[in-house]
Design a binder for this molecule. Structure first.
Ligand code: RIB
Length: 297
């Protein structure tokens, strides 16, 4: 069955430690609370799209351990098709998120089962990718798989939303297959082989490398994009941020849902900006994402 959105990517359990402030190197701090919530950039994006009403399938892997049920709970709850999520002999991906009182987070990810999402494994989902309106992939699975997914999407005529998060270097042909490529400022600079680059310049420079559309996210600075040769920008919605974990994934998932629904990249980004803003007002990644019909900032 043709899906609106197929996400190939990571599935994690997020162990969230709330602390007054982040520890300095060599320092031991006492934390306040710990919570385990579903996460992983791929799963987060799938849930964000599904909660907005898109028909979504996920391709990925979890382990046989106790974290697997938590990691899949948000996907199940949002009605995401998990036929192509395998249970493998490796620990479920785990992210340790340290969240300070000022809303800033640090994240360490242990890929575990996500490392088994190889090109060969994804071949089992070739028809799913080829039949979808939009395929979304990020860089928390092996980079060879990201490149392979880009090839499968191109061969099937499927629109590819490529989110190069966390920052990674990818072959030019993989990046050029994106429509749109979605990166933050830091990820854009890495793709361009620099330490820093002006966001609008980055978007134009990446587009000049043959990418049909580019979206650079700037957090509270909003987004800047290039599509069809024109540069545009959108402000972020003003909200009281409690936890920014997974806000970028909320943006990508909503963007994919909007594009699958027929919106142009800029219009889909306008929706995604609002969904991301809603997500930072609540704790965690997936539990913070709005459902279709919810009021948005
Ligand atoms: O983008 C946020 C996500 O990054 C978290 O859910 C965590 O699992 C890591 O993958």
């Amino acid at each position: 069955m043709a899906r609106d959105v197929v996400v190939v990517g990571s599935i994690n359990a997020d162990l969230i430690l709330q602390v007054e402030r982040h520890p300095r190197p060599g320092e031991t701090l006492l934390g306040r609370t710990s919570t385990v919530l579903p996460g992983g950039k791929g799963a987060n994006q799938a849930v964000a799209a599904a909660r907005l009403g898109a028909d979504v399938a996920m391709v990925g892997a979890v382990g046989e351990d106790a974290y697997a049920a938590t990691a899949l709970a948000g996907l199940r709850d949002a009605g995401v098709d998990l036929t192509h999520v395998r249970t493998v002999d490796a620990p479920t991906g785990l992210a340790v998120v340290t969240l300070s009182d000022d809303g800033e987070n640090t994240i360490v990810v242990l890929p575990g089962a996500n490392a088994t999402v190889t090109p060969h494994r994804v071949d089992d989902a070739e028809d799913l990718v080829a039949g979808a309106r939009v395929c979304v992939v990020q860089a928390e699975i092996p980079l060879a798989t990201v490149a392979h997914v880009a090839r499968l999407a191109a061969a099937g005529g499927t629109r590819l939303v490529l989110n190069v998060a966390p920052a990674a270097e990818l072959p030019p042909e993989t990046v050029a297959a994106a429509d749109p490529l979605v990166v933050n400022e830091h990820e854009a600079a890495i793709l361009l082989g620099r330490r820093y680059a002006d966001p609008a310049e980055s978007a134009r420079e990446l587009a000049a490398r043959g990418v049909r559309s580019v979206v650079v996210t700037l957090g509270v600075g909003g987004v800047v994009g290039v599509a069809d040769g024109a540069t545009w920008s959108l402000p972020a919605r003003r909200v009281d941020a409690l936890d920014t974990t997974g806000a970028g994934d909320a943006f990508v998932g909503a963007l994919a849902a909007g594009i699958a629904d027929g919106l142009a990249v800029e219009q889909a980004a306008a929706l995604a900006t609002r969904v991301a803003a809603a997500s930072v007002t609540r704790l965690g990644a997936q539990p913070s994402y709005p459902w279709r019909g919810d009021d948005l900032p």
